[in-house]
Write a protein that binds this ligand. Sequence first.
Ligand SMILES: Nc1ccn([C@@H]2O[C@H](COP(=O)(O)OP(=O)(O)OP(=O)(O)O)[C@@H](O)[C@H]2O)c(=O)n1
Ligand SMILES: C[C@](O)(CO)[C@H](O)COP(=O)(O)O
Length: 242
Amino acid sequence: MNESRLPTSSAPQYPRYAIIVAGGSGTRMGTDRPKQFLELAGEPVLLHTLRRFAAPALGIRELILVLPAEQLGTWQELCGQYGISIPHTVVAGGATRWASVRAGLNQLAGADPGVVAVHDGVRPLTPPGVIEATYQAARNHGAAVAAVVPKDSVRNLSQQGSYALNRARLRLVQTPQCFDLDLLRRAYQLPELSTFTDDASVVEDLHPISLVEGDYRNLKITTPEDLFVAEALLRMRDSVTD
Ligand SMILES: Nc1ccn([C@@H]2O[C@H](COP(=O)(O)OP(=O)(O)OP(=O)(O)O)[C@@H](O)[C@H]2O)c(=O)n1
Ligand SMILES: C[C@](O)(CO)[C@H](O)COP(=O)(O)O
């Protein structure tokens, strides 16, 4: 773990930053060790995620990794154990995802204007094309998030029971979520609301959110069966590298 810059191949014409949030405790996974440190195909989930953002083709200038304050030592140990040499800066997170993103943003206080991606540390299979497209859309429109069409039917709960929603008008939101750095900073200076579930919900009162085609393979490791699905997808090798 160190703070030097990432290697880039053909750097984009503007600075790109990434904040990987892994400051959660993983209550729904139910394991003693937070899910971001669990092994997926022989390596910590978080290492898979980090590697995707460290790809030289993306040209990311600085990678911020937000961890639970009490788990900084765990990550240091894993870095030694797995020989992790990807340049990144570690920051202690907060009690909510919002607080963790804010802590990551503080680390970019003196950064040049550019585009910043916020990504869940527990989404280890994000295809490079989705990351690239989300950065580009945010460069063009200010705010962009990856999203997919629901595969299941969806019902809304009401006092009378429930009723069907038109899923053609719904999207399931993923990360990365990319923003003009100054816009994201301004949004995270506002008070935290209990309705915030992601960065788009923090920004949307200030700026419209563009949607980018996400990917069904970009799953979030949340409950135990997600690890099995992720392993199977990784075994397909090339299926998650395009
Ligand atoms: N205080 C928090 C809470 C969440 N996250 C991160 O936000 C991402 C998405 O959150 P989620 O999947 O809900 O993770 P947990 O909060 O760890 O899980 P749970 O809700 O089951 O406790 C994860 O990478 C998680 O580590 C974070 O950085 N800081
Ligand atoms: C940010 C996110 O992954 C987008 O789908 C999601 O909102 C995180 O929610 P969680 O409740 O923290 O899992």
